[in-house]
Design a binder for this molecule. Structure first.
Ligand SMILES: CC(C)(COP(=O)(O)OP(=O)(O)OC[C@H]1O[C@@H](n2cnc3c(N)ncnc32)[C@H](O)[C@@H]1OP(=O)(O)O)[C@@H](O)C(=O)NCCC(=O)NCCS
Length: 161
């Protein structure tokens, strides 16, 4: 019976809530599975302990399906990382996380949000384009690790006011 109830809940939509230092280990694991260079639990814990770090998570029960994390300084925010677990991609979860996150950043007084994205990362570029980000800079040959051809980093901006 308990197993059936757990499975029913597991099928539901993940809950989106603020993340904190206790999520560091789960976020580090998902980050490592999503990027070539992972960050350690300790790096995430330090970041999440900082007062100017804002993070959201998507969870079902104790399972983390996605997160987004920014730093806010002098009225401008930078999205440092966003990832969704591979089995949950393509279902609008990153879009929901990003929308919630942008609303929170606006509520905290951010007037603009910046981020860097690999020009070859089509899902991420679509995600940001749909959310109203525009290209304001380009760093050629920025992403080279494990590739034949180094890709450019695009600097994107979205105004919140
Ligand atoms: C980028 C990422 C967070 C998107 O998460 P997601 O939950 O799958 O995204 P969504 O379902 O909300 O879709 C966002 C957009 O990406 C598009 N998309 C999703 N998967 C895609 C794929 N495999 N190829 C092309 N576009 C894709 C969606 O169609 C949507 O665009 P649309 O609104 O124009 O239709 C996810 O792919 C990921 O974790 N990637 C690895 C980490 C990463 O690259 N993070 C971003 C670093 S800047």
């Amino acid at each position: 019976m308990i197993g059936m109830i757990t499975r029913l809940f597991a099928r539901g939509e993940p809950a989106l809530t603020e993340a904190g230092p206790r999520d560091a280990a789960a976020i580090a694991t998902l980050h490592a599975a999503s990027f070539r260079r992972g960050w350690s639990d300790g790096e995430f814990e330090r970041l999440l302990l900082e007062r100017n770090t804002i993070a959201h998570r998507a969870m079902t029960g104790r399972t983390l399906h996605g997160f987004i994390l920014s730093r806010l300084a002098a009225g401008e925010a930078e999205i440092l990382s966003v990832a969704v677990a591979s089995g949950r991609r393509g279902r609008g979860l990153a879009r929901s996380l990003l929308n919630l996150h942008l609303r929170r950043l606006a509520g905290l007084g951010a007037s603009a949000v910046f981020l860097e994205v690999d020009e070859d990362n089509e899902p991420a570029r679509r995600l940001y384009r749909r959310a109203g980000f525009r290209e304001v800079g380009r760093r050629p040959s920025y992403y080279s690790q494990g590739r034949d051809r180094a890709g450019a980093a695009l600097v994107l901006r979205r105004d919140l006011v």
